[in-house]
Write a protein that binds this ligand. Structure first.
Ligand SMILES: [Zn+2]
Length: 379
């Protein structure tokens, strides 16, 4: 046990099927992984508990208690993976030339192994503050795991260990989903005097959305994230060929920057709808927001960012870059719970693709960085 390596632990984690069942019907879910992590913690005398976000969707919260009076830190990784379609031996870890191949090795069981080993390292250190391992369910779908865990976990900082090639991610974009519906008037196709073409009215909306997208690209870019964006994802409308369409609905995805909110995005759509209505009394459009995933950012001067940067610099022999990510992560939920959060994780490739691997040296370095950061932050 004392000699457990990153490689042997990660081989064991990859061998456990934890395909997200909300993403892939019939997927195994996180139960096997949670059982393994619970057993692993028990063997090391680390108190751990299960948090069930939904039946069969457990997360694990393990806690190395401090002596008291110190700052607390969460180390987070998700346990679920995407599907394995097209992979020949997805759960058989294969090591080749310093890389470990297998589903989830990079996204993000390598990170989970680094977190678990860091927590075990820290157990011997007798820190003042608590170090909490949050191994969560369902990051690849709706993040029900982290949202449930955050009802029970409070901390002074969090490190989300999504892979970043050991750079420090201090911002990522959010996204939100919106529906815009135009309402015409159904009528027999031979009665243009009665019918109002709801689909044609949607055409006006689409033109304006395209113009809004161009305007977003022309705004001052965020230094790490660039520009916000939007696209029309799905459209439906009309009843049958011989009738004027009563309604048309477009579903839109908007990718947001740290200063943009659901309200500011809705305001942009509202301005378009109001303007179109002012130009044509027959135009009727309304909008609805169906999902909001907020953007994430943390100040470079936040104590957890400074501590992590110093410790990463000593492990890597260079100052890690401060980067932004275009995609969404659970980091936004930690930040939304008022916990200053930063993202750092190992190097590799092939997340969500048929050949996935993680660089084992970078997992080991990640473990060291997490351990040293916890020792300083929670001293
Ligand atoms: Zn991930």
């Amino acid at each position: 046990m004392a000699h457990e390596t990153v490689t042997s632990l990660l081989e064991a984690l990859v061998a456990i099927d934890s395909v997200n069942p909300s993403l892939v019907p019939g997927g195994a879910g996180e139960a096997g992984m949670a059982r393994f992590v619970m057993g692993w913690c028990a063997e090391r005398g680390i108190p751990a508990e299960i948090d069930n976000a939904a039946p069969g969707r457990p997360s694990v919260i393990a806690r190395v208690k401090g002596k008291g009076g110190g700052r607390s830190l969460v180390l987070n990784a998700h346990m679920d993976t995407v599907g394995v379609l097209g992979m020949s031996d997805p759960f058989l870890a294969r090591v080749d030339n310093g890389r470990l191949y297998g589903r989830g090795s990079y996204d993000m069981k390598g990170s989970l192994a680094a977190c678990m080993l860091a927590v075990a390292d820290i157990r011997a250190s007798r820190l003042s503050g608590d170090v909490i391992l949050a191994a969560v369910a369902d990051e690849e779908h709706a993040s029900i795991g982290v949202q449930s865990v955050l009802k029970r976990v409070k901390a002074d900082a969090a490190i989300v260990t999504e892979p970043t090639a050991l750079e420090m991610c201090i911002a990522h974009k959010g996204f939100s989903w919106h529906e815009i519906t135009t309402t015409g008037r159904a009528a027999h196709g031979s009665r243009p005097d009665l019918g109002i073409d709801g689909i044609a009215h949607m055409g006006r909306v689409l033109n304006r959305l395209e113009a809004l997208q161009a305007e977003l690209s022309a705004r001052t870019p965020h230094p790490l994230l660039g520009h916000g964006s939007l696209h029309a994802s799905l459209i439906s409308g009309g009843q049958e060929l011989s009738s004027y369409p009563e309604t048309c609905t477009v579903e839109i995805e908007r990718r947001t920057l740290p200063h943009e909110t659901a309200a500011s995005v809705e305001g942009e759509f509202e301005a378009i709808l109001k303007d179109l209505a002012s130009k044509d009394r027959q135009f009727q459009g309304r909008q609805r927001t169906t999902l909001v995933r907020p953007p994430f950012s943390v100040p470079e001067k936040a104590p957890i960012v400074e501590t992590l940067r110093n410790q990463a610099t000593s492990v890597l022999g260079r100052v890690p870059q401060m980067i932004g990510a275009p995609f969404w992560m659970d980091a936004a939920f930690f930040a939304g719970a008022g916990i200053p959060t930063v993202v750092i994780g190992p190097d590799g490739a092939g997340a969500h693709s048929t050949e996935e691997w993680v660089d084992l040296g970078s997992v080991e370095k990640c473990r060291e960085i997490l351990t040293l950061t916890a020792r300083v932050f929670c001293a």
